[in-house]
Ligand binder design. Structure first.
Ligand SMILES: [Zn+2]
Ligand SMILES: [Zn+2]
Length: 303
C-alpha cells in the first residue's frame, strides 16, 4: 500500500507535501480541546453538555503531571507491526497498567466537582463504585467500539481515561515506524476516526487528515475518498445552513455511510473532537437522509 497522496484537483499548483502522520501532543491536545469546547458552548443548544465536556477535557489535561510513565511497545513489537502493517498499539491486547489505573482514578476524582447533566452524575457514581473486572470490561467495550447503549454515560469516563493514556503512549512513538493500514484505521492504535480535517498547516495546506478518537493521532488520507470503504465513485457533500463550508458530511452512496470533513482554513480553531460534538445538527440532518454515521467519537456515542 502506498502512503503517497494522490493529486487532488483542488490543490493543483500547490506543493503540499503532508507528513503521513502527526502524533498527538498530550500536553496541548486536551487543553486546546477544552478551550474549543468552551468557545463552542456559549449560546449553543447543547451548552450544558459542551461545558461539561470542556471540563472533562481540562481534567484530561490537568491530571497528566505526576502520572507514572507509560510503557511503550518494544522495538521487536514495533518492527513486527510495521512488517505486517498492523497498528503498534494493539487495542485487543490492551492490559491496564499502573499508568492507566492512575489516570483513570485521578480522572474520576477530578471530574467530580464539575457541573454535569444528571445522567452523567449518576453514571459517575456508578463507575466509581464498580469492581475492577467490570471496569476492565468497560475498557474492552470502548476499545472494541462496542459500548452498550444503556451504559453510554458510564463509558464516557472510561473513554476519557483511555484517551489520556493512549495519547501519552502515542507521543513516544517514532512517526517513521508507522505505516498505512487501511481505510479509516488509525496507524497508531487501530481506532476509527472521529472526523477528518482539511488542514491549513504550512507545507500541507489543503490536505486531509483523519483524527483518531482514541489516541489523537492525525493521519493523512486522500481528500475525495470514503474513509469507510475507500470508494470514490459516488461521493457527495452536505452541510447545515449557516455552516459556511466549515463542516461538511462526506457522504458515500456505495456504503451508505458518512464522515465529517472540517475545514481548518475556514476556522483555525477547529478541533476534530469538540467540533464533531458541536455539529450534531449535521449528523441529524444526514441521518434523516438515510446515511449512517461512520465517525467514532466517545462523546457522541448513540448517534
Ligand atoms: Zn489512534
Ligand atoms: Zn463508503
Amino acid at each position: 500500500m502506498s502512503t503517497e497522496v494522490q493529486p487532488d484537483p483542488s490543490i493543483i499548483g500547490n506543493i503540499a507535501k503532508p507528513p503521513f502522520v502527526r502524533l498527538p501532543d498530550p500536553a496541548r491536545l486536551f487543553a486546546d480541546r477544552a478551550a474549543r469546547f468552551r468557545a463552542l458552548a456559549t449560546g449553543h443548544q447543547l451548552e450544558s453538555s459542551l461545558k461539561f465536556l470542556a471540563g472533562v477535557s481540562q481534567v484530561q489535561s490537568d491530571i497528566q503531571s505526576g502520572l507514572p510513565d507509560v510503557t511503550i511497545p518494544t522495538s521487536d513489537t514495533l518492527q513486527r507491526a510495521k512488517e505486517h502493517k498492523m497498528p503498534p498499539l494493539d487495542r485487543s491486547a490492551f492490559n491496564p497498567d499502573p499508568a492507566f489505573d492512575q489516570a483513570f482514578e485521578w480522572l474520576l476524582s477530578a471530574v467530580e466537582p464539575l457541573a454535569m447533566p444528571t445522567e452523567a452524575g449518576a453514571a459517575l457514581a456508578r463507575v466509581k463504585s464498580i469492581e475492577r473486572r467490570a471496569r476492565d470490561m468497560m475498557v474492552h467495550n470502548v476499545l472494541a467500539d462496542a459500548i452498550p447503549v444503556e451504559e453510554l454515560a458510564e463509558h464516557i469516563f472510561v473513554a476519557a481515561a483511555l484517551q489520556v493514556h493512549y495519547a501519552r503512549v502515542a507521543v513516544k512513538l517514532n512517526p517513521e515506524s508507522l505505516v498505512e493500514i487501511g481505510h479509516g484505521v488509525c496507524p497508531t492504535c487501530g481506532g476509527a476516526p472521529a472526523s477528518t480535517m482539511i488542514v491549513g498547516w504550512t507545507g500541507a495546506d489543503g490536505t486531509r487528515f483523519c483524527s483518531c478518537a482514541t489516541c489523537g493521532t492525525l493521519w493523512n488520507y486522500i481528500r475525495v475518498q470514503c474513509t469507510l470503504c475507500g470508494s470514490n465513485k459516488k461521493m457527495h457533500y452536505q452541510e447545515v445552513e449557516g455552516s459556511e463550508g466549515m463542516i461538511k458530511a462526506e457522504i458515500c452512496e456505495d456504503c451508505r455511510g458518512y464522515v465529517k470533513m472540517m475545514y481548518q482554513q475556514k476556522n483555525r480553531d477547529i478541533e476534530p473532537i469538540a467540533d464533531d460534538v458541536a455539529s450534531l445538527g449535521l449528523d441529524l440532518l444526514v441521518q434523516e437522509l438515510g446515511f449512517r454515521r461512520g465517525g467514532v467519537n466517545p462523546f457522541l456515542i448513540g448517534y
